[in-house]
Design a protein. Structure first.
Length: 223
């Protein structure tokens, strides 16, 4: 009888150990939080990501970011950069049209369709007894099959009405994007052990955005 009690005790101890070491979330779920936060600027995804990682950062938010402000600043920077090549008066006259153009262009980017194709676990050669989840994923974007060229030889001399006409035209082309382009990418999630549980994280989530941005803009830039 005593032997049975010992065996039962060992089985329960092993079960408890395995239970405590279980993943809080699957790597694919955590990747979804990262993608929706940093590509789609989804506040709900950011809240879920921070809540998930709180045990690993002493109950604080791992990512302190105002997504709306970031989106607004990114849009403004793009518009300002585009308009800087034109005469100041023309740029001022066409700011609304330029904002409409950049907004639909970035909306198409944020609405990219993502799918995870494979999750592979490898050893972390720098941290003993911890692994890295390699997330292989693909993203599809809608872009115009043909984007009108800017009929301008000297931007400083272009008239406001001509630039407005061009911006309205390409805005419509993005609204009616009729071509799908797809890219395959990889993202790493690193294991963290906290309280006997396994978490996943990445300290450079902008890596997702930079690779996708490069592909997206190259997909419709004039060759």
């Amino acid at each position: 009888m005593k032997n049975y009690k010992i065996i039962l005790f060992l089985m329960l101890a092993l079960f408890a150990q395995n239970f405590n070491a279980q993943e809080v979330k699957k790597p694919s779920d955590v990747f979804g939080f990262y993608f929706d936060t940093f590509v789609k600027y989804d506040d709900a995804a950011l809240a879920k990501l921070n809540e998930y990682l709180k045990p690993t950062v002493e109950g604080k938010n791992a990512y302190e970011i105002n997504l709306k402000e970031t989106a607004d600043e990114t849009l403004k920077a793009g518009v300002d950069s585009f308009l800087s090549t034109f005469h100041k008066n023309t740029a001022n006259d066409c700011r609304k049209e330029a904002e409409d153009y950049f907004k639909i262009m970035t909306d198409n980017f944020k609405n990219g369709k993502v799918s995870i194709t494979n999750v592979k676990m490898i050893e972390n050669e720098y941290v003993k007894d911890q692994k890295i989840a390699l997330i292989n994923y693909s993203v599809s974007f809608k872009v115009p099959s043909k984007l009108s060229d800017m009929p301008i030889t000297n931007p400083k001399k272009v008239k406001s009405e001509d630039l407005k006409k061009y911006l309205i035209q390409i805005t419509e082309e993005f609204k009616n994007a009729d071509k799908t382009v797809t890219t395959d990418q990889e993202f790493s999630l690193y294991q963290l052990s906290e309280g006997g549980k396994v978490y996943y994280w990445n300290g450079s989530p902008d890596d997702i955005v930079s690779k996708l941005t490069d592909f997206y803009f190259e997909s419709f830039e004039p060759k």
